[in-house]
Design a protein around this ligand. Structure first.
Ligand code: UD1
Ligand code: CA
Length: 451
C-alpha cells in the first residue's frame, strides 16, 4: 500500500500565548510536529505533506530538518480542516495511493493505531479514527449506523441528543487520495463555524454510495496540545512512558522520575542510570554502561563499560569508546575518547582525539578556541597528561608521552617524550619563615595604630 501523510499544522495556537507556532513547541526535545511525522513514519509513507500557515517558514524549516523529503504547502488563511487538506491537492495530483490526515498538534498516535486504520481501509472507503471520551467536551461526535459510520457532527452544530454521544472524532482520516480530494470538492462552509470541515467528507461519501467506518484508540493517544499547561502534561506523559519502556527493556534506574529523556534517547540493557540525569536529543548509550547522578548528555555516544559522572557534561560529538571514564565536572565536546581513556576530574576536552589508555589529569584543558577559529588537540595512546595541563591547540602529543603538571603545551610533543612547559621552581632557604615573621610584625604595629 502506497501512503501519503498530510499533516495539518497551519493553526496559530492562540492559547499557547507564544510567538512560536504551536506545532514547534517541543516535547522531549522535538517539536510536536516532529512527533507527528515520526508516528506517521511507521507507515513508511511515500510522501509527507505538511500544511503550514502561521509561522510557515519556521514550520517548514523544522519539517525539512527532520525529513528533507517532506513537502510543505501553505494555507495562508485558516478556513477549516477541510480547506487545509485541500491545499495539498496539487502536491498529490500524481499520487496513486492512500492519504492519511494527521494533526501536527496530536503527537502521541501509536504505530499500532495507524496500522489499524490502514487495515480498515480494506473494508471501507473512508476510515476515521475515533475514541471514547471520558469528557467529550467540544469534540466532533461520530454518528454510527450499525457498524458503519454515517456522519460526523461538530459540537457547535450538534443537537443535545448528538452531544450525548461519547464516541468522538480524533481528526485522523484515511482514504484513497483521489477520492479524498473529490469528496473535499463537495464540502461547503454553511455551518456554525463558517468553516470547511474535513469530517463532512464522511456524510458526502455515504451520499455517493461509498462506505465509511470508524476504528478506535485509547483516548490518551489522541491527546492534543492547546496550552502550555497541556504541553507540560504531554511532556510528563511522554517521560513516564519513555522511562517505563527503558526500564522494561533492562535499564536500571533507582529514581526513574528524576531522569529526563528525549524523543530519540537510546539506552542498552544492563546500563545503570543514576538519579537526576538529563538526556538531551541525540544520545545513544550502549549496554552495560553507567551514567552517574547529575550528568547532562547531548548528541553523544557512550560505549559498553563506560562510566560517566557524577556531574559530567557530554556535549554534541562526544564519542566515548569502551571502558572510558569521564568523571565529575568534566566537559567533553566534539571529541573521541578511545578505549580506556580516563578523564576523571575537572577538565574541558573539546575538539580532540585521545588515544586508548591515555590518562588526562585533573584540571586539564584543551584550549581549542583562539577567539575566531576552533583547533584540534590530538593525543596518542598510553599518554599521561599531568594535572592542570593547558593544551593550546592545534597541538599533538605522541603515544606514551608525558606532560608535567601545570604545563602550557604550545608545541607538539613527540612520542615517548616528557614535556615541561612551566617556570622552573627556585627555593630560597629560610625565606618562608622570615617573610611570615615580617608580616606578623606588621600586623601587630597596625593594631597598635603605629603604621
Ligand atoms: C477538529 C475536528 C473535530 C475533532 C477535533 C479533534 C473539524 C472541523 N473538527 O476540531 O471533529 O473532534 O479536531 O481534536 O475538523 N488546522 C489547519 N488549518 C485550518 C484549521 C485547522 O491547519 O484551517 C489544523 C490545526 O492547526 C490543528 C488541526 O488542524 O492542528 C485541528 O484544528 P482545530 O481548529 O484544532 O480543530 P478542532 O476545532 O479542535
Ligand atoms: Ca483542536
Amino acid at each position: 500500500m502506497r501512503i501519503a501523510l498530510i499533516i495539518l499544522a497551519a493553526g496559530k495556537g492562540t492559547r499557547m500565548e507564544s510567538d512560536l507556532p504551536k506545532v514547534l513547541h517541543k516535547i522531549a526535545g522535538a517539536p510536536m510536529l516532529v512527533h507527528a511525522m515520526q508516528s506517521g513514519a511507521a507507515l513508511e509513507p511515500e510522501r509527507v505533506i505538511v500544511v503550514a500557515g502561521h509561522g510557515a517558514e519556521k514550520v517548514e524549516a523544522a519539517a525539512l530538518d527532520h525529513d528533507p523529503e517532506a513537502q510543505i504547502v501553505v494555507q495562508s488563511e485558516q478556513l477549516g480542516t477541510g480547506h487545509a487538506v485541500a491545499q495539498s491537492r496539487d502536491a498529490l495530483e500524481d499520487f496513486d495511493g492512500d492519504a492519511i490526515v494527521l494533526y501536527g498538534d496530536t503527537p502521541f498516535i501509536s504505530d499500532a493505531t495507524l496500522e489499524k486504520m490502514v487495515a480498515a481501509r480494506k473494508g471501507a472507503d473512508v476510515v476515521v479514527l475515533g475514541f471514547d471520551a471520558a469528557d467529550p467536551a467540544r469534540y466532533g461526535r461520530l454518528i454510527l449506523d450499525g457498524d458503519r459510520l454515517d456522519r460526523i457532527v461538530e459540537y457547535k452544530d450538534a443537537t443535545d441528543e448528538e452531544r450525548a454521544i461519547t464516541l468522538c472524532n480524533s481528526g485522523l482520516i484515511a482514504a484513497d487520495s483521489a477520492t479524498l480530494f473529490d469528496l473535499l470538492d463537495a464540502v461547503g462552509n454553511d455551518n456554525a463555524a463558517g468553516e470547511y470541515y474535513l469530517p463532512d467528507i464522511v456524510a458526502i461519501a455515504r451520499d455517493r454510495g461509498l462506505s465509511a467506518t470508524a476504528v478506535t484508540c485509547d483516548e490518551a493517544e489522541t491527546l492534543g496540545v492547546n496550552s502550555r499547561a497541556e504541553l507540560a502534561r504531554a511532556e510528563a506523559l511522554f517521560q513516564a512512558r519513555a522511562r517505563a519502556a527503558l526500564v522494561a527493556d533492562g535499564v536500571t534506574m533507582q529514581a526513574p522520575d528524576t531522569v529526563f529523556l528525549s524523543w530519540d534517547t537510546a539506552i542498552g540493557r544492563d546500563t545503570e542510570v543514576e538519579p537526576n540525569v538529563i538526556f538531551a536529543p541525540g544520545v545513544t548509550v550502549e549496554s552495560g554502561a553507567r551514567i552517574r547522578a547529575f550528568s547532562h548528555l547531548e548528541g553523544c555516544h557512550v560505549s559498553r563499560g563506560a562510566v560517566v559522572g557524577p556531574y559530567a557534561r557530554l556535549r554534541p560529538g562526544a564519542e566515548l569508546a569502551e571502558d572510558v571514564h569521564v568523571g565529575n565536572f568534566v566537559e567533553v565536546k566534539n571529541a573521541q575518547l578511545a578505549t580506556g581513556v580516563k578523564a576523571n576530574h575537572l577538565s574541558y576536552i573539546g575538539d580532540a582525539d585521545i588515544g586508548a589508555g591515555t590518562n588526562i589529569g585533573a584540571g586539564t584543558i584543551t584550549c581549542n578556541y583562539d577567539g575566531v577559529f576552533k583547533h584540534r588537540t590530538v593525543i596518542g595512546e598510553g599518554a599521561f597528561i599531568g594535572s592542570n595541563t593547558m593544551l593550546v591547540a592545534p597541538v599533538t602529543v605522541g603515544d606514551a608521552a608525558l606532560t608535567g603538571s601545570g604545563s602550557v603545551i604550545t608545541s607538539d610533543v613527540p612520542a615517548g617524550d616528557l614535556a615541561m612547559g612551566r617556570a622552573r621552581q627556585e627555593n630560597k632557604p629560610g625565606m618562608g619563615r622570615k617573610l611570615m615573621e615580617m608580616l606578623r610584625a606588621r600586623k601587630v604595629r597596625q593594631q597598635k595604630g603605629q603604621d
